[in-house]
Design a protein around this ligand. Sequence first.
Ligand code: SF4
Length: 466
Amino acid sequence: MICDKFKDECGVLGIYSTASKNLARRVAFGLISLQHRGQESAGIASYRDGKVYHYKEMGLVQDVFNNEILEGLKGHISVGHVRYSTTGESHVSNAQPLVIKYRGENIALAHNGNLINADKIRDKLEESGSIFQTSIDTEVIANLMAKNYSLGFKDAILKTVHEIKGAFALVIICEGKLIGVRDPNGLRPLCIGKLPDGGLVLTSESCALDVVGAELVRDVKNGEMVIIDENGMESILYDDTQPAAHCIFEYVYFARPDSVIDTVSVSSSRRWAGKLLAKEHPVEADIVIAVPDSGIDAAIGYAQESGIPYGIGLIKNKYIGRTFIQPDQETRELAVRLKLNVLKETVKGKRVVVIDDSIVRGTTSKKIVDALRKAGASEVHMRVSSSSVKYPCFFGIDTPNRQQLVSSFKSNDEVKEIIGADTLGYISVEGLLESVGKANCDMCTACFDGDYPMDVPEEVNKNMFD
Ligand code: SF4
């Protein structure tokens, strides 16, 4: 693993427009802006004359698609997906959108999230004769839809989303309509945009709306299904009984800073978190630097609040592929050095506050602290703009198991010793909630406090330092 972070899940995008000449090209552009949510595979499916045409392959969006492929994907509805595997192996057979044919109807499905009851449903379906061609939980959704299809597409989807449990933001092409569904807790984001030509867009993050030329209209509500066709958009609130539990890590790390999620600007929330971090963990120092990219806004906030100047102290190499990185210790160490380098003149002889968005295993933090000292920093104070991560995620984020989360079994003082910092401070969960303006707690904070919004499949014991 090149970087000691939680891994993004997936990104989805769907557009309905009868006016656009090449929707697939627009979707490809939008997918590039969602590339941070998944770099393993990319795919697009488009609807034309009653049929769905699709193409998907392993790799980055720019490497997967060319003009010829996009020409073949013309249509007035188009959905796309970028993937990082959370369930199912990293193989093209598991790439999305998933396209199935059922009773003459072509259905394309793109999913961001993770189902916690997928295995159970899969077993049941297989017992009753269903055949699966992939190992992803999205195929469970597709199979349930097919099983319920005699009810008509709308009720088939509604029955399906009542049977599945977990995190899901779905964009679907079915019967010449573009459909979006968000899980009842709203764990994963999904928003709606409008194109100048009247077309409508569904996507994981609003940064993709900016790229495809759409205005943000609103977020898909928790437990809402929207159906878009030539008549406009129909909204069905299929489940409003669950408490909101939007993933707070979207603001900390996953989402792009230029996105607005559930009405909150990601960049502003990160700056605010940095300010609160400075209030909660002040320190005498000469310079504040960030671990790029997601630590930058928080570092600016910390500098503004503390009055300590902000400087660029770590340079990130953005052009590192994943494929040639082997998971052995030597290569991992090389990879960290390749990914981040210290700007020596910024830190030499200085007391440095370094802001990172999270500490997961602690291995990268240790290397950063070591590198800063080697470059001449006289003191290194690590400040973290998330709370300490103690519990794994079951909702579409790839996290190590609990034993590998350093804060799960070490106190903050011990983590400080492990990473070699002079001091260490994390923002509190309350501070983090305040930074996204949700002090009333309609967020999922389970990876910090183990308070999952639904029963999770593993025994998760309370942390020994709680
Ligand atoms: S457990 Fe953490 S990463 Fe997973 S949905 Fe909740 S806040 Fe997000």
